[in-house]
Design a protein around this ligand. Structure first.
Ligand SMILES: [Zn+2]
Length: 379
């Protein structure tokens, strides 16, 4: 059970808000012709749209994945989706500092299985990043967790560091992996302006109460041309049950269009966006431009697109698709693979080193030959 403070009902303006509450966010309307379609319920958001500042929104869910009350709204102008109302910034900061990892993983520091799982994911993330960044460039991983991405990047020749709000996970990274991960929030981070070539946020942006403010701050840390690499859950995903789409701790729900638009508004250009094989995650690779942008890009049609996906993803359609069968099989295969992978491995470093070696052996990671180092060795 998630312990994030209740969102719904904390609004001081609750009594004055002209809104319609219903158990079903999408109301079925019968027409004389005999067919039925869904119309969204309107409300006034307590938090304006982060992209276009609109407050006239549509309710798309009233429960989170644990069936606890949670109001999730869609901006009909741009398609951004967020939890509204939501806890205060102070309550959120305390939650991520003290409780989030316990809620999510049931532990105050990663267990070996978590480290192995994170190591394999980190190897793939770092492979993608390495293909887009010359070796030796400074990288900061924001929301670094147990430091797995920082560790793999450093093994691949990047002077990487991390920031992690949870003290236990940050300590684990420093003490067990010997990598520089500081404990704190992104607002507290002390980074020299223009000192970084890349900042990565893997499943972090959806937790921030002001993604745009965070992007502006990160832009200041990056040199011109530096990369901002963001991976978040995809609001368009249909690989999970419809009731599992929204999460209390995911304050924002993005698709490639809203994630890219947010980046452009913060002064980045979109290098590319892509989704994971199962469509569950979306990644935006953004590059810092020389001139900060100030206006919101147009996202005509994006809200209709997202609303259509949410409405069409019914429990019946989900049960009739392959997703309910593929997902448990994939998890079972992962579980078996992890059990085998942990045999004989004792320390977190051994687990990470083995994951990197396996990636080189299987060709997931290729050896990069640095011509300048070869030339220096030949002299
Ligand atoms: Zn909007």
């Amino acid at each position: 059970m998630c312990r994030l403070p209740q969102c719904v009902g904390n609004d001081p303006h609750e009594a004055n808000r002209p809104r319609v509450r219903t158990c079903n966010p999408l109301t079925a309307v019968e027409f004389e012709a005999g067919y039925r379609f869904m119309v969204p319920v309107q409300t006034i958001a307590t938090v304006p749209c982060e992209l276009c500042e609109n407050q006239n929104v549509e309710i798309v869910a009233t429960q989170d994945r644990d069936a606890s009350p949670l109001q999730v709204v869609l901006c009909p102008q741009c398609g951004l989706v967020w939890n509204d109302p939501r806890p205060s910034a102070e309550a959120l900061a305390a939650y991520y500092r003290e409780e989030y990892r316990q809620d999510y993983k049931g532990t105050l520091e990663p267990k070996p299985r978590h480290t192995l799982r994170a190591a394999r994911v980190a190897v793939e993330r770092c492979r993608q990043l390495r293909d887009n960044l010359p070796r030796g460039e400074a990288v900061l991983d924001l929301g670094a967790g147990g430091g797995e991405v920082v560790y793999v990047l450093r093994q691949l020749g990047f002077p990487a560091s991390g920031i992690e709000p949870n003290a236990g996970y940050a300590r684990f990274a420093r003490e067990r992996l010997q990598v520089p991960v500081t404990s704190g929030s992104w607002q507290e981070a002390s980074v020299e302006p223009g000192s970084l070539s890349a900042v990565t946020l893997f499943h972090v942006m959806e937790h921030l109460d002001s993604p745009l403010q965070a992007m502006h701050l990160i832009r200041g840390w990056l040199r011109t041309g530096g990369l901002l690499w963001i991976e978040v859950p995809n609001v368009e995903a249909v690989c999970q049950a419809p009731s599992h789409r929204f999460h209390r701790a995911h304050l924002y729900n993005f698709n490639d269009a809203t994630l890219g638009a947010l980046g452009r508004q913060a002064g980045f250009e979109v290098v590319r966006t892509f989704t994971s094989a199962d469509g569950g995650n979306v990644t935006a690779v953004l590059r810092k431009t020389g001139i900060p942008a100030t206006t919101a890009p147009s996202l005509t049609g994006n809200a209709n697109h997202i609303r259509g996906i949410i409405q069409a993803h019914t429990l019946l359609r989900h049960c009739l698709s392959a997703a309910p069968f593929i997902r448990p099989l994939r998890k079972l295969r992962q579980r078996v693979s992890e059990t085998i992978g942990l045999l004989g491995q004792k320390t977190p470093k051994e687990i990470l080193d083995r994951a990197i070696q396996e990636a080189f052996r299987s060709g997931v990671l290729s050896v990069v030959i640095d011509l300048s180092e070869l030339a220096a060795a030949a002299i």
